[in-house]
Design a protein around this ligand. Structure first.
Ligand SMILES: *Cc1c(COP(=O)(O)O)cnc(C)c1O
Length: 377
């Protein structure tokens, strides 16, 4: 007897373009297996060309490593406080603790779901009134939607606090014509397996000077001083990207534009086919914002309906996922100071990420929409 297995639809699977294998093979053929090599250089160059605005890029082993080095280069250390968007993936906040510093969480606004400028200023003033000057701000373009760049950076500037711009989910997004990743004192990218392009694992630290890039590479390669023997005057890390993985990244950069288009098309399809359901809300682009639509997210009327949809999709072998659980609700950050307004808790309650891969086919999208419509009938 034959049983038909429903085709699995993943939330955001890797999607190779074609030339990745060529560049990886080149590394094998020339024996550039040992960590660094020409692929790393080419990959960095292609990122720099793409982001523009005189950006320098250092390729690393992960986006998390990039946040860690960015914060370290801003001088974050024990006793310091760092303000961090609460509505995000844990990797935005964890590196603050690697440096012995304390995260202060700030909730989101409703228009972009990212850090609320009002609450950010309230948080800064509260900390200043207690005699602490926050050492940095980690702001996130969540799901590819740019945060309120003008407002957030105006506040950062007013108080003289540097910004680490977490663009892990926002490669290909832009704000008023400038690419995400280019706004912060440091920007970070991730090439993890589920991101818009991937090296299977990897990240990059973006900055606006060659000097910052060199400092990042120095720290990422065990902080070896310039001497024939191994000499160290600082603690370093083993965070550099390998030449093999950079080969994958080179190939992926060639198709980045197509990947953004495909993800934006997914959003348009869902929006067009599900907006007729009064229960479903979408996150729209505010004027001036361009999202790569890394993941298409919907808001349902309640937790129960969200779960009903998620489970109905799961039964049909389709992966969907609740929105990120805010950091101020995480057990590990239970004792942290946070400035909340209910926005991220509500999003977490009612929101669902739909399958959003750039390789989704029309019949996949139709199947997903059919299930959702059927459940809400
Ligand atoms: C993926 C991600 C990171 C971390 O990137 P890794 O490459 O997985 O370490 C950081 N911040 C956000 C918002 C992310 O989604």
């Amino acid at each position: 007897m034959e049983t038909t297995v429903l085709k699995k639809i993943w939330l955001s699977p890797p999607h190779m373009g074609g030339n990745e294998e060529t560049y990886v093979k080149e590394a094998f053929d020339t024996n550039w297996i040992a960590p660094l090599g020409p692929n790393v250089h080419h990959f960095e160059k292609s990122i720099e060309d793409f982001i523009g605005k005189a950006t320098y890029s250092a390729c690393l082993s992960s986006g998390t490593a990039a946040i860690h080095l960015g914060l370290e280069l801003l001088g974050v250390g024990p006793e310091d406080e760092v303000i961090c968007q609460s509505f995000t993936f844990a990797a935005s906040a964890n590196p603050i603790t690697y440096l012995g510093a304390t995260p202060i969480f700030v909730d989101s606004e409703k228009e972009t779901w990212n850090i609320s400028p009002e609450l950010l200023e309230e948080a800064i003033n509260d900390r200043l009134s207690k005699g602490v000057r926050p050492k940095a701000i980690v702001a996130v373009h969540l799901y590819g939607m740019p945060y309120k760049v003008d407002e957030v950076h105006a506040i950062a500037k007013k108080y003289g606090i540097p910004v680490v711009e977490d663009s892990a989910e926002a490669l290909g997004s832009s704000y008023r014509g400038f690419n995400c990743g280019s706004f912060g004192d440091f920007g970070i990218l991730s090439f993890n397996g589920n991101k818009i392009i991937t090296t299977s694992g990897g990240g990059a630290l973006l900055s606006s000077s060659q000097e910052c890039k060199e400092k990042a590479i120095f720290l990422a390669t065990q902080a070896r001083d310039n001497a024939p023997h191994y000499q160290h005057s600082k603690i370093g890390y083993n965070y550099r990207m390998s030449n093999i993985l950079a080969g994958i990244g080179r190939g992926q950069m060639e198709v980045l534009k197509d990947r953004v288009e495909a993800r934006r098309h997914n959003f348009d399809f869902y929006n067009e086919h599900l907006s007729e359901l009064p229960e479903i809300e979408f996150l729209h682009e505010p004027e001036g914002s361009y999202s790569n639509r890394w993941l298409t997210c919907i808001l349902t009327p309640s937790f129960d309906i969200r779960e009903k949809l998620r489970l109905a999709l799961e039964v049909e072998n389709i992966e969907s996922r609740p929105l990120w659980k805010p950091m101020h609700l995480q057990l590990v950050f239970e004792k942290s100071t946070s400035f909340v307004n209910g926005v991220s808790e509500d999003l977490f309650d009612r929101g669902l990420c739909l399958p959003s891969g750039s390789s989704l086919e029309l019949e996949d999208l139709e199947r997903i929409c059919g299930i959702i419509k059927n459940e809400l009938k």
